[in-house]
Design a protein around this ligand. Structure first.
Ligand code: FEC
Length: 287
């Protein structure tokens, strides 16, 4: 069989002028409040992505490194931006793939997030190749080692974080929160870290309750308990996303400063060699 990988990511606008169309794609046709759009444009602008976005270069480096490491053709497909997941699938099939592994650059499964990637990929492949979709890889040992190496030996209280989701997923029996806590526990154990906790981040203003606690409230609670130093380890993200560079590096940092706490965060895995080895093992296991 001729194997290929479709490596999927959320997607990020290439330049500030892309933000309205990008946000419209995320909202899937539902209304966008003008102040929410203005706020999002401002966040990207303040991160300096006026004309180009370094995150997309990181994703390309990750793709190239995974291809080199596995010896397989790897095609990048974005959920909410270009190149779309359908473009990646089309290219893989045009170049002769008859078995495709679908891997999302997000380790934890939720119906609300990962099923969207799966649906786009299945629709695009349309049974023209055998498809092996990887739902989650939150406990993959090499991935756990990558994160453990980033928190091992710290004196700070480690706060593991991930993107929040609407709280209704719990009533639907969604495994997202359990998987996040499992990753956090495994990383803490592997690193010998005893002083840790978990909180969510990056809640969106959609008008319904989201999973908590949010990191900003959590920092205040930790401070009230006498914690002075935190190391943030965002287990739900693997790259330098807006959620990291804004929600942690700006918002959480400002909150910590106001509380008189010291806040640091781990360097994200991005295209680290050890992380690429973890991705390669996941793909090889699936194929
Ligand atoms: O440019 C970048 O670096 C940002 C990329 C980005 C990632 C990401 C990850 C996740 N999201 C998840 C769920 C939701 C839900 C909504 C939602 C809204 C946004 C908005 C932006 C955005 N997300 Fe995101 N998310 C990223 C970007 N996300 C921008 C819209 C503005 C805002 O709310 O700040 C609510 C949608 C709605 O309005 O109905 C739900 C989940 C993840 C982690 C898994 C994954 O990466 O796929 C879950 C990266």
């Amino acid at each position: 069989m001729s194997d290929a990988v479709v490596l999927m990511a959320y997607g990020s606008p290439e330049r500030v002028s892309d933000v309205p169309a990008y946000y419209a794609d995320i909202r899937g046709g539902r209304a966008i409040a003008p102040e929410h759009l203005a706020d999002l444009v401002e966040r990207y602008r303040r991160l300096g992505i006026e004309d180009s976005n370094p995150l997309n270069e990181i994703t390309e480096r990750t793709r190239a490194a995974l291809s080199e490491r596995t010896g397989l053709p790897v095609y990048t497909g974005m959920k909410h931006w270009t190149p779309h997941i359908a473009d990646a699938a089309e290219e893989a099939i045009a170049e002769g793939a008859d078995r495709i592994a679908g891997l999302v650059l997000a380790p934890h499964y939720s119906r609300l997030s990962i099923d969207g990637y799966r649906a786009q990929l299945e629709r695009a492949v349309d049974r023209r190749a055998e498809l092996t979709f990887i739902d989650s890889w939150h406990d993959q040992p090499l991935f756990i080692d990558v994160l453990a190496s980033k928190v091992r030996g710290t004196d700070a209280h480690v706060v593991f974080t991930a993107h929040s989701l609407p709280a209704r997923i719990l009533e639907e029996g969604d495994p997202y929160e359990d998987q996040l806590l499992e990753t956090s526990r495994l990383v803490a154990e592997a690193a010998g870290v005893r002083d840790w906790s978990f909180s969510f981040q990056s809640e969106s203003p959609t008008g319904e309750p989201w999973l908590g606690p949010d990191i900003l409230d959590h920092l205040a609670a930790l401070h009230a308990d006498g914690v002075e130093q935190v190391l943030v380890c965002p287990v739900g993200f693997v790259s330098d996303h807006l959620e990291i560079r804004w929600d942690i590096d700006v918002e959480a940092q400002e909150k910590a400063d106001a509380l008189g706490m010291r806040l640091e965060r781990i360097d994200m895995p991005n295209d680290d060699a050890a992380f690429i080895s973890a991705l390669a093992a996941i793909v090889e296991g699936a194929l």
